[in-house]
Design a protein. Structure first.
Ligand code: SAM
Length: 295
């Protein structure tokens, strides 16, 4: 692989200017790459999916710890760079692949187990990437991901803060999230403007919070609808979601009354806003909505 400190030289030699639109901020310090890889708690029998191989800074320590690495890289130039130099460790399979278009069933099959993902991610894809993980939560074991600090803060945010929102609640519904390591801009070339944080996401059974099963798709719809206008009350956002339009024959006034009753049945005041509810309250809302929708 590219020697640390040679990052700029390798890029120059290969005419590979870092592409801003692909979020190419490469790790330049070996000890730091080792520390990030260690956050993965990788075992020797693990098959790891690495998203965004770049110049291979993180691939090397991951490959030292894992049985096999399936590396995905969207940049054709970088894939060619590694193919020509044959510089990645032998237990790495490099694929030219956009993670947002990846077939998770196929990755699951190749991994022969629930997916273990490591990634130093570009800011531009962090949100769609996280939602892709949530969508594929049943195929996920864990993901250890480096994110822009502001994105990481959203994942671990508490209710009643400006960072708390849809990704916080939906991720918490299917996983535990822990911030493990903060990295300064000087660890990368080119240097990003702000700090990065390594976050460990461990996926859990869907009912891991309350122990009771609930309709996850309905929870997702309620959360998205409730946060669609953060400044509005639950009554206003959730009635605008028209959950009971069939039961009320499209009568919006009746729909609003029914929505108010259902929110209150969940033990929640209809004048509250989404940002003050914790996950358990969203799950209570989901139970109350399910019960009403089944009548
Ligand atoms: N892992 C390397 C490191 O730590 O130095 C590179 C990290 S760099 C922040 C992000 C990498 O992800 C780049 O190599 C970029 O080309 C790649 N990338 C960006 N979008 C991608 C996508 N949608 N799918 C796969 N790789 C992507």
């Amino acid at each position: 692989m590219t020697r640390y400190g040679d990052t700029r030289k390798s890029l120059r030699e290969e005419n590979l200017a870092p592409k801003k639109q692909l979020g190419q901020n490469f790790l330049v310090n070996k000890a730091t790459a080792n520390a990030v890889a260690n956050c993965g708690k990788i075992s020797e029998n693990d098959i790891i999916i690495e998203v965004g191989v770049g110049l291979g800074a993180l691939t090397q320590p991951i490959a030292e710890q894992a049985k096999h690495v399936i590396g995905l890289e969207i940049d054709r130039g970088l894939v060619r760079f590694h193919n020509e130099r044959q510089d990645l460790p032998e237990n790495v399979t490099l694929l030219h692949q956009d993670i947002l278009k990846a077939d998770f069933d196929e990755l699951y099959r190749q991994s022969q187990a629930k997916l273990k993902i490591m990634a130093n991610l570009p800011y531009s894809i962090s949100n769609p990437f996280l939602f892709t993980l949530i969508e594929n939560r049943e195929k996920m074991d864990w993901a250890t991901v480096m994110l822009q600090k502001e994105v990481a803060d959203r994942l671990t945010a508490s209710p009643n803060t400006k960072q708390y929102g849809i990704p916080t609640v939906l991720l918490k519904s299917c996983a535990t999230v822990q911030s493990l390591l903060t990295l300064k801009p000087k660890e990368f070339h080119p240097r990003p403007k702000i700090d990065s944080v390594v976050v460990r996401i461990e996926f859990k059974e869907p009912n891991h919070v309350t122990g009771e099963p609930y309709d996850w798709f309905l929870l997702q719809k309620i959360v998205r609808t409730a946060f669609s206008q953060r400044r509005k009350t639950l009554l206003n956002t959730l009635s605008a979601g028209n959950f009971f339009s069939k039961q009320c024959d499209g009568d919006k006034k009746r729909g609003k009354l029914l929505t108010k009753d259902v929110i209150n049945q969940a033990g929640i005041k209809e004048s509250l806003r989404a940002e003050v509810l914790d996950l358990e309250q969203f799950i209570n809302l989901t139970h109350a909505f399910s019960a009403q929708l089944e009548t």
